[in-house]
Design a protein around this ligand. Structure first.
Ligand code: PGA
Ligand code: MG
Length: 229
């Protein structure tokens, strides 16, 4: 069976922090709060938009009740959906790397804590959706990263075998899901995390997509999985 490459989205495939920041700041401004910075958002992203909003409010010293939170979250999603690819772009080397895996016969999947609809919208806007066999978001299953079942079910939905898969991600949720699912993982150093990715214990760290194909192929070979190409 073909191997499967599973990629995280925010901070791994696409540099989404500028649009997430702009949206967060619109919501904060509506509450009379000062704006946060790109560095703040890079540390607060990884557990989905609602967590980003909660953490952004907390970083501004504010906590809101669940009903108010629902209202602010709806405002966040509306604004973000309308501006999802104003400034968000794939990280350098992404299109070339995806092409390389596809031409070597790998299945390609996205496993993100972003809402599935927003993930699709973003990947559509960047013309990347056709590359993927599946796009699974934080609301696709009743569980999400760091729960390994999010990752395992993504591989299965892509028609792949979790025993022949590699995960690529930028944050603790990705690495923990991969470890919990016994899937080898690559941590990228350019993403969004408050803990340096190397400290999260990925099997390999990479600072550019250039090295991904060799790294993924080697990780599977180390587990006795042979890949063509
Ligand atoms: O939007 C988020 O907070 C997380 O998204 P990711 O799982 O693609 O990093
Ligand atoms: Mg991420």
């Amino acid at each position: 069976m073909q191997p499967t490459l599973v990629l995280d989205l925010d901070g791994t495939l696409v540099d989404t922090a500028p649009d997430l920041l702009a949206t967060l700041n619109v919501v904060l401004a509506g509450e009379g709060l000062p704006p946060l910075t790109l560095e703040d958002v890079r540390a607060l992203t990884g557990a989905g938009a609602r967590a980003l909003l909660e953490r952004g409010l907390a970083a501004s010293g504010v906590s809101v009740g669940p009903r108010r939170m629902d209202t602010l979250f709806a405002r966040f999603i509306d604004h973000y959906a309308a501006h999802i690819a104003d400034h968000s772009r794939p990280f350098p080397g992404v299109p070339e790397a995806l092409e390389r895996f596809a031409s070597a016969g790998w299945r390609l999947a996205v496993c993100t804590n972003k809402l599935e609809g927003l993930a699709r919208r973003l990947l559509d806007a960047l013309a990347l959706s056709p590359r993927f066999d599946v796009i699974c978001g934080g609301d696709t299953f009743p569980y999400r990263k760091p729960d390994p079942r999010h990752l395992l079910d993504t591989v299965r939905r892509a028609g792949g075998d979790p025993g022949r898969a590699v995960m690529v991600g930028d944050s603790a949720a990705d690495i923990r899901a991969a470890k919990g699912g016994s899937i080898p993982c690559v941590g990228v150093t350019f993403g969004y995390t408050d803990i340096p990715v190397a400290e999260l214990g990925p099997d390999v760290t990479l600072d550019h997509f250039d090295g991904l194909f060799e790294a993924a192929t080697r990780l599977l070979a180390e587990r006795g999985v042979m890949t063509a190409g």
